[in-house]
Design a protein around this ligand. Structure first.
Ligand code: 6PG
Length: 256
């Protein structure tokens, strides 16, 4: 299947489109199998409005009992810290929906040694996710953002996590931020059935241009590592994020 791009007018219509896209995807999954839907949440600021709109869905629109929530990455801070991705999701979504606590798979005890938190997170995910043949359990949908430096999740340029080929989750020291992060690895992301970049605003134009048109240089542009093995790659974006960036020829594009 060709990579897919859906182009929305602005940030609000993008958030609404992403909401409806997820409701449809999760509904189709739940109608077709008994397994829970594994949804990996992105951190940062872009997806916050999406999470708020999901929280505002009328009861019964989305069966949260059937959804496992996973974090694609986490800052190595306690879950109540201002910059915690868990806290952002809790305030915009978790506090407003009927979801079993056992379905909320946040990083255990972040804030101490990042590698320990990463190892414990991988153990948790391995317990919770049914693993088909192969080294990486196939997640149903991974939501990603992208920074202006073309990082995604917490896969930052010139960091050790970029070369990981076996682990599902690693601790990653990010020198330019002078901080530690916990992140899904590129192979874990690429094992997913759907990987979705949600990008909004003119600040994404240069990063998209590098992602799509720069020479292959994943150490400099880590989002280039995102190539689903057998799953689908989607871009849900607004017009400001695209600007005058040339769309790759292999994208199936629809304005929505
Ligand atoms: C994080 C995210 C990170 C984010 C990008 C884009 O923990 O910050 O996982 O990868 O998605 O930095 O962030 P914005 O959506 O705020 O532009």
């Amino acid at each position: 299947m060709l990579d897919q791009l859906r182009l929305c007018d602005d940030a609000e219509s993008l958030a609404a489109y992403c909401r409806d896209w997820l409701v449809r995807l999760i509904g189709e999954h739940c109608a077709s199998c008994d397994a829970p839907f594994t949804l990996v949440l992105s951190g940062g600021s872009t997806p916050k409005r999406l999470y708020q709109l999901l929280a505002e869905l009328s009861p019964g629109t989305l069966d949260w009992q059937r959804v496992l929530l996973i974090w694609g990455d986490e800052r190595n801070v306690p879950p109540d810290a201002l910059d915690s991705n868990f806290r952002m999701v809790k305030e915009s979504l978790l506090d407003h929906i009927d979801i079993p606590a056992s379905n909320i798979l946040g990083v255990p005890d972040p804030g101490g040694p990042a590698e320990l938190a990463a190892s414990n997170y991988e153990k948790l995910l391995r317990q919770k996710l049914t693993q088909r043949a192969g080294s990486f359990a196939p997640l149903d949908c991974v939501l990603l953002g992208m920074g202006e430096d073309v990082h995604t999740a917490s896969l930052f340029p010139s960091t050790s996590a970029l070369s990981e080929t076996q682990r599902w989750v690693v601790g990653n020291h990010v020198p330019k931020l002078d901080t530690w992060r916990i992140t899904l690895t590129a192979p874990m992301i690429n094992a997913a059935r759907k990987v979705v970049f949600i990008l909004s605003g003119a600040g994404k134009q240069e990063a998209l241009s590098k992602l799509w048109h720069a020479a292959d240089a994943p150490d400099a542009y880590p989002a280039q590592l995102v190539r689903p093995e057998s799953g689908e790659l989607w871009f849900l974006v607004d017009k400001a994020a695209i600007g005058n960036v040339t769309l790759p020829a292999n994208l199936q594009v629809s304005s929505v």
